[in-house]
Design a protein around this ligand. Structure first.
Ligand code: ADE
Length: 225
């Protein structure tokens, strides 16, 4: 899989890809992540990427031309499955979207800034608009990092234990059950006895029940989906 991220602040985005699981995935060639600085696609001496709104109003708008130049240069090299725009008015990121996107070959992610991008960018280039939640960030970069992390960890081979992504919270619309490790008794705080009985079907049944109870208590909305 290849991800091309278009941004005016590449330095804000790079560090999540330089540590831990994302770094290993890149080093193992399971994913390629490329950063494109929008200012490299400007045509004026000031390297302008934004301007004031037609019709008046506060806030700058990202111009269509540098974005067109950048996306067109990428598209001339390969076909893209999705051109995603990170924006608070997009569809809210859910596990299902990450699952779908992890199966794609090539995606572009455009990070917005200021008031956002000229509507013509959205009309003519963008195939999918994603928000990471109902709050406004100062730019799309942190949202793009969140989206990339959620996608990349699902690519086969990225997680050590292949099955571990399948038992994450939200797969099956359920939160994950409680988990325990050594010691068995810490200051009198005991691990449930059932986990030691060696009866794996029973343990699995307990985990499913716990996942259901936790979901019912914390996120009943998930059970309606
Ligand atoms: N850009 C600004 N706010 C955002 C959000 N909530 N999700 C994605 N991109 C954004």
């Amino acid at each position: 899989m290849r991800i091309d991220i278009i941004t005016v602040l590449p330095e804000l985005l790079k560090s999540p890809f330089e540590a831990s699981i994302l770094k290993r995935a890149i080093e193992a060639d399971l994913v390629e992540v490329h950063f494109h600085n929008l200012r490299d696609f400007t045509t004026d001496n000031y390297k302008s990427i934004d301007d004031t709104q037609f019709g008046g109003g506060a806030g700058m708008v990202m111009m269509v031309e540098p974005i067109d130049k950048c996306i067109s240069a990428l598209k001339a090299e390969r076909d893209y499955d999705e051109v995603i725009y990170m924006t608070p008015d997009g569809e809210t990121l859910k596990q299902g979207i990450a699952n779908q996107l992890s199966l794609k070959e090539n995606i572009i992610i455009l990070c917005g800034h200021y008031k956002g991008v000229d509507q013509r960018v959205r009309d003519h280039f963008i195939t999918r608009e994603i928000s990471i939640g109902d709050y406004v960030l100062s730019g799309g970069e942190l949202g793009a990092a969140v989206l990339c992390d959620a996608i990349i960890r699902l690519i086969p081979g990225v997680l050590g234990n292949e099955t571990s992504a399948l038992t994450d919270s939200f797969q099956d619309n359920l939160l994950a059950p409680p988990i325990y490790t050594k010691p068995r008794d810490y200051k009198g705080w005991k691990v449930p006895e059932l986990l030691f009985n060696g009866n794996f079907p029973e343990i699995e049944k307990w985990r499913e029940e716990q996942a259901y109870l936790r979901t019912k208590e914390r996120r009943p909305d998930l059970l309606d989906e």
